[in-house]
Every structure is written in C-alpha cells, then in structure tokens.
Write a protein that binds this ligand. Structure first.
Ligand code: PEP
Length: 252
C-alpha cells in the first residue's frame, strides 16, 4: 500500500520572516493532518537551513526546487546536491516545467540532475508533463513517456526505488485550470504501467503525485484516483490553511 505524499513548491516566494511564519503555522496545524500522510516543503534554497531547522522536530520533510547536475567546480551561481544535503535537504525536485521552459533544461540535463540527486543520497521528485499544444496534438503519452525514458536510460529502473514522480500538465500549472481526475488518472496509470514493463514491484510502490492548480476544493477527488498518490502544490502551498487542508484531504 502506497502512502500519500503532499509536497509544497514555494517557488521564488517569501522572505526569511514569511517563510518562518508559514512553517510555524504549518507546525501548529500538523496534528490535524492524518498520521499516514507524508508532507514535504521546498522553500527557496537560501531558506533551506532555516526550514530544515524549524522542521527538524516534525514530520515535515524539506527539499530543494532545483540543483546542479555537477558535483563541484567552476559553475558560477549553481548549488550542488551535496551542498543541499549539507543544509538539511531530504529531496530535490528535478525537471519542473518552469526549469525546462524558462531555463532550457533538456531531458538529458534533467536525467543528469536526477542522477546527481541520488548520488548525494537525496530523493529526486521527477516532474513530467505536456504543454497545451502537445495535449491538443494528442501526444501527451509520447511526451511524458519520453521524459521518463530519458531518466530511465540514464539511471536504470532500480534508481526509481527511491524516487517520486510528479505528473504536472504544463497547462495546469499556476493557471487555475486543473486536469480532471480522469485525465490525470489516465496519465498516472500510463506512467506506472510504463515503469512496470521494467520492474513491476518498483512500479507498484512508487508514489506518483499530481501537480497543477491543486487546491483544497479539488484535491480530494484528484487524490482519490487509484494511481494518484498525492500532490505537488505550488500556489496553494503558500497558505498554511490551504496546504494543511490539501494534506488532510489526501488521506482517502
Ligand atoms: C507547481 O509549480 O509545481 C504547481 C503545481 O503549481 P500550482 O499548484 O500553482 O499550479
């Protein structure tokens, strides 16, 4: 039985003060979230030490939104996975569509980052998802399977034993327009069956999150789908009450 997981992606929002207040509010409401639901937050990486410290005595895991594929060296402005581990990260989001679209991360680069995250003993959360044009063209399945295949080819299926996948249709991110539970379930089932071709046990055990305009009001019906194991939440994770409600709704 897979447990449910809800991860907040705070993107490039907040200050030291607002991040602290948000975490304190989450901690205050944590008792209301059923025990079985796993929770993670990914603040901007500069606030990761603060978040890791404030969450140390709780069940909230902390992670980063991105990392370098390189271990160390002359890569100005980059942050290595080992450094994130050193700061208290538990997981790293890789291949978010904003990284792919705005910072030109190819499938190959995403695969390198996935490998680097695991090499630093952190858990990768691999994001895949199609654009609106791709969905209209009817190539959603090809796109997400190609994104998954690039990583599988680089690291092998065994690496997915300690990984999470997030299906995030690009057209649903930050737009208020979510995929219907049926649309999301179809892609989640496809990703799981694609993995099952290589390893049935890993496919059955891996958590596949849905991301894209998840809110308190739509989270229960999405996460109730058989292959949806939780959510990757952007905007709604910046409000403690909303995020806690989504976490609570995940317990179904
Ligand atoms: C995201 O950025 O991963 C995301 C799903 O954002 P939002 O929930 O705001 O659509």
């Amino acid at each position: 039985m897979r447990s449910k997981l809800v991860v907040g992606n705070w993107k490039m929002h907040g200050t030291r003060e607002s991040c602290s207040s948000l975490i304190l509010a989450l901690k205050q409401g944590l008792d209301g979230v059923p025990e079985g639901v796993e929770i993670g937050i990914a603040p901007p990486s500069v606030y990761l030490p603060l978040a890791a410290k404030l969450c140390a005595d709780t069940r909230i895991q902390t992670g980063a939104q991105n990392a370098s594929q390189f271990e160390q060296g002359a890569y100005t402005g980059e942050v290595a996975c080992g450094m994130l581990a050193d700061l208290g990260a538990d997981f790293v989001i890789v291949g978010h569509s904003e990284r792919r679209a705005l910072f030109g991360e190819s499938d190959a680069v995403v695969a390198e980052k996935f490998a680097a995250v695991q090499a630093a003993s952190l858990q990768p959360i691999l994001c895949v998802g199609e654009t609106l044009e791709q969905r209209k063209e009817g190539i959603t399945a090809d796109v997400v399977m190609a994104q998954l295949a690039a990583v599988l080819e680089r690291v092998g299926v065994a690496a997915f034993e300690n990984a999470v996948i997030a299906y995030e249709p690009v057209w649903a991110i930050g737009t208020g327009e979510k995929a219907s539970p049926e649309q999301a379930q179809e892609v989640h089932a496809l990703l799981r069956s694609d993995l099952a071709k290589q390893d049935k046990e890993i496919a059955a055990a891996i958590q596949i999150l849905y991301g894209g305009s998840v809110k308190e009001s739509n989270s229960a019906e999405l996460i109730a789908q058989p292959d949806i194991d939780g959510g990757l939440v952007g905007g709604a994770s910046l409000e403690a009450e909303q995020f806690l409600a989504i976490c609570t709704n995940a317990d179904n």
